[in-house]
Design a protein around this ligand. Structure first.
Ligand code: NCD
Length: 360
C-alpha cells in the first residue's frame, strides 16, 4: 500500500483534533492523545482499573455496550490490537463485526466513505479503525453520523492512542506515580505512531523525564519540540531508567536504507541483559509487540523477570473496554442533549480531506 504525502512523520498538532470531544470536553471519538486534558487520561486509567476483575468473573461480561454493534475495520494487519479490541467489545456485551477488508468491497475499489456509509446503514455504533494513512481515523470521524463513535487503532505514523493508554495503564500499575519516573523509549522512533502517542501521554501525565534513543536516521530532531531528550547512546540513556520501552524496526515504512545491518543495530540499540543492568534494578521492560528477538531485544530480556510485555497485552482489554465505554457513553449523552436542544457538539467541524484517497 502506498503512503501518501500526509503520511510523513509529523509532530504537528492535528488540525481536526477537537472533533474527538463533545462540547463539554468528554471523549466521543478517540483519535489522538495530543491535546487531551490530564483528567481525561486519568478517567480512562481509573475506568480500566475498574474492569480488571471482569475477566475472572464466571461470566466475563458487563452490559455497558449491550445492544450496540462494534465494527472492526482493519485496513492494516494486526494481531494483538484487533483481538483485544474484539474481546473488549464482547466483554462489554456488544455485538462485534470483523470486516475482512482483503475480501470486502474495499478491495474491489469501493471508497472508504462508501464502505463506511454501508456499515452505518447497518446501524453500527462504533468503528475501530486501523489504516496505513495518517489521518484516516480523523477523516472517518469527520464524516460519520452523530450516533457513531470512532476509535483509532493506529493511523500511519501518526497516532496509536489506545496502545499508549494501555502502556500508561501498565506503567501506573507497576510504578504508581509518573512524576518521579525516567522513561526511555528506544528504537525506530521516526516511524512509530506508538512512540508519538506515548510521548504525548507521558507529558500529559507529568512523567519526570522522557528520553528517546536511536540512531540519527531514526530519531527526528523536531521531537525536541515535545520536550523529550534525544540521545544516540543507549548505554548513557539507560542510567537511572525506571521504564524502558523497546520499539520494532518498522521496515515496511522505510522507503530508503536507514540502517546498516540488523547485527550492528542490535550491538548499539539491542536491549540485552548486560545493558539492562545499567538501568535501575527495578526497571520494567516494555514493548508494544511484535518483538523481533535478537534485533531490538534479547530473548532472555523479553522473557525475563523485568519484562511486563505480556502484562501490557492483558491490560489492553480493560483499557480498551474503558475507552469504548467512555466514548459510547459520551456519544449518547451528546445525542440526548442535542435532542433536548441544550448542547451542541463539535460535529460541525470542517470535514478533513481523505488521506486515503490515493489508495482507492
Ligand atoms: C504497533 C503498531 O501496530 O503500531 N503494534 C501494536 O499495535 N501492538 C507497533 C508495531 O507494529 O511495531
Amino acid at each position: 500500500m502506498t503512503i501518501g504525502p500526509i503520511d510523513k512523520p509529523s509532530i504537528m498538532a492535528s488540525p481536526t483534533r477537537d472533533i474527538q470531544l463533545t462540547k463539554d470536553g468528554g471523549i466521543k471519538h478517540f483519535l489522538t492523545i495530543e491535546g487531551l486534558k490530564k483528567e481525561r487520561l486519568i478517567e480512562i486509567l481509573d475506568t480500566a482499573e475498574s474492569f480488571v476483575g471482569v475477566h475472572s468473573q464466571s461470566t466475563k461480561k458487563v452490559p455497558l455496550l449491550r445492544g450496540k454493534t462494534v465494527a472492526n475495520l482493519f485496513f492494516e494487519n494486526s494481531t494483538r490490537t484487533r483481538t483485544t479490541f474484539e474481546l473488549a467489545a464482547k466483554r462489554l456485551s456488544a455485538d462485534v463485526l470483523n470486516i475482512n477488508l482483503n475480501v470486502s468491497a474495499a478491495s474491489k475499489g469501493e471508497t472508504l466513505l462508501d464502505t463506511l456509509r454501508n456499515l452505518q446503514a447497518m446501524q453500527c455504533d462504533m468503528f475501530v479503525v486501523r489504516h496505513s494513512a495518517s489521518g484516516a481515523a480523523h477523516f472517518i470521524a469527520s464524516h460519520v453520523e452523530p450516533h457513531v463513535s470512532i476509535i483509532n487503532a493506529g493511523d500511519g505514523q501518526h497516532s496509536h492512542p489506545t496502545q499508549a493508554m494501555l502502556d500508561m495503564f501498565a506503567i501506573r500499575r507497576n510504578k504508581g506515580e509518573f512524576a518521579t519516573l525516567k522513561v526511555v523509549i528506544v528504537g525506530d522512533i521516526l516511524h512509530s505512531r506508538v512512540a508519538r502517542s506515548q510521548i504525548h501521554a507521558l507529558n500529559i501525565l507529568g512523567a519526570g523525564e522522557v528520553v528517546v534513543v536511536g540512531p540519527k536516521t531514526l530519531l527526528p530532531d523536531n521531537l525536541r519540540e515535545l520536550g523529550v531528550t534525544l540521545e544516540h547512546n543507549f548505554d548513557k540513556a539507560l542510567k537511572d531508567a525506571d521504564v524502558i520501552i523497546g520499539l520494532r524496526l518498522q521496515k515496511e515504512r522505510m522507503r530508503t536504507a536507514l540502517l546498516s545491518t540488523e547485527d550492528e543495530y542490535f550491538r548499539s540499540y539491542g536491549l540485552t541483559e548486560k545493558r539492562l543492568k545499567l538501568a535501575k534494578p527495578d526497571a520494567i521492560v516494555m514493548h508494544p509487540g511484535p518483538t523481533n528477538r535478537g534485533v531490538e531485544i534479547e530473548a532472555s530480556v523479553a522473557d525475563g523477570p523485568q519484562s511486563i510485555i505480556l502484562e501490557q497485552v492483558t491490560g489492553g482489554i480493560p483499557t480498551r473496554m474503558a475507552i469504548m465505554s467512555i466514548a459510547m457513553g459520551n456519544v449518547e449523552k451528546a445525542l440526548m442533549a442535542s435532542r433536548t436542544g441544550s448542547q451542541k457538539t463539535n460535529d460541525n467541524a470542517k470535514p478533513a480531506t481523505d488521506p486515503t484517497a490515493s489508495q482507492e
